[in-house]
Ligand binder design. Structure first.
Ligand code: G3P
Ligand code: CA
Length: 264
């Protein structure tokens, strides 16, 4: 039996700070993750890419263009090159009403830096992005998590969830460590065959909230999966999804979801 206080309980709704509190601060910066934690998110969400010299960094896109003042592919740049970039100023330009001088010059964090910064005081919801572009990414991720005692002996169940749109990447992680909970992103049909296939490695699914309805939510829950739709930013949507029976959601505004959950 699993109590409501357990992170992976199907009887609670977890609050996942998508790319950190990315509605308030530049996504995938330590500052945005810190803010997510302060807003009482249960998890900080991070997307992984890999540098030319094999370091895992937190970034959503495969290119540097949108969220830094650099250009080109992550895989064609060394960590040292990426560390010279400004990962905050774009936010001030794009959202002048939310601009803050403290965001200027923020750096792209490595997975190692994030895990060192928060240690076991945070829960991590980590996505392997473009795994076909970055061979070895799963091995590096598992190694880092073990090094920081976030996986393996003595670790807390649910402290880390690994997610991906790629079934192959998740299956690889499952082979490396059968204990780590996995969530399959994407809109998978809930037919018998797909359910059976997903059950071999995943404990949950993460669809785009725009593509689901109440019937789908019921099917997913009946199949025994956790259900964490992305990316839900409006309180009305949050209320609706909770009423339907989701077990958590990704949001750029963990403060809003916290308020919604408090009133439940
Ligand atoms: O990981 C959940 C959600 O973040 C998936 O979409 O593109 O924001 O990584 P994306
Ligand atoms: Ca993601």
């Amino acid at each position: 039996a699993m109590g409501k206080n357990q992170l992976l309980s199907p009887d609670r709704v977890i609050n996942v700070a998508h790319r950190g509190a990315s509605g308030h601060a530049p996504e995938h910066t330590l500052l945005a993750y810190d803010m997510g934690k302060k807003m009482k998110a249960d998890y900080i969400e991070l997307d992984l890419q890999m540098t030319k010299d094999g370091h895992l960094i937190a970034m959503h896109d495969e290119t540097l263009d949108r969220t830094t003042n650099g250009l080109g592919r992550v895989k064609d740049h060394t960590l040292a090159e990426i560390k010279r970039l400004d990962a905050g100023s774009w936010f001030n330009k794009k959202y002048p009403e939310k601009a803050n001088p403290a965001y200027v010059g923020l750096k792209v964090p490595t997975l190692e830096e994030i895990l060192s910064h928060f240690g076991r005081s945070a829960n991590y919801y980590i996505e392997t992005k473009a795994p076909e572009v970055y061979p070895g990414m799963e091995e590096k991720l598992i190694r880092s998590l073990k090094k920081h005692k976030l996986l393996g002996k003595g670790s807390k169940r649910g402290q880390v969830i690994i997610q991906s749109f790629s079934p192959d990447s998740l299956k690889k992680v499952h082979q490396l460590d059968t204990q780590v909970p996995l969530v399959q992103l994407g809109n998978f049909p809930m037919d018998k065959k797909t359910i059976a296939e997903l059950k071999t490695y995943a404990i949950g699914v993460g669809p785009n909230y725009k593509n689901i309805d109440q019937t789908y939510v019921q099917k997913v829950r009946q199949a025994g999966f956790l259900l964490h739709p992305y990316t839900v930013n409006e309180k009305e949507e949050m209320h609706r999804l909770i009423k339907w029976g989701v077990t958590g959601m990704f949001t750029n505004f963990p403060d809003r979801l916290y308020e919604v959950l408090k009133k439940k």
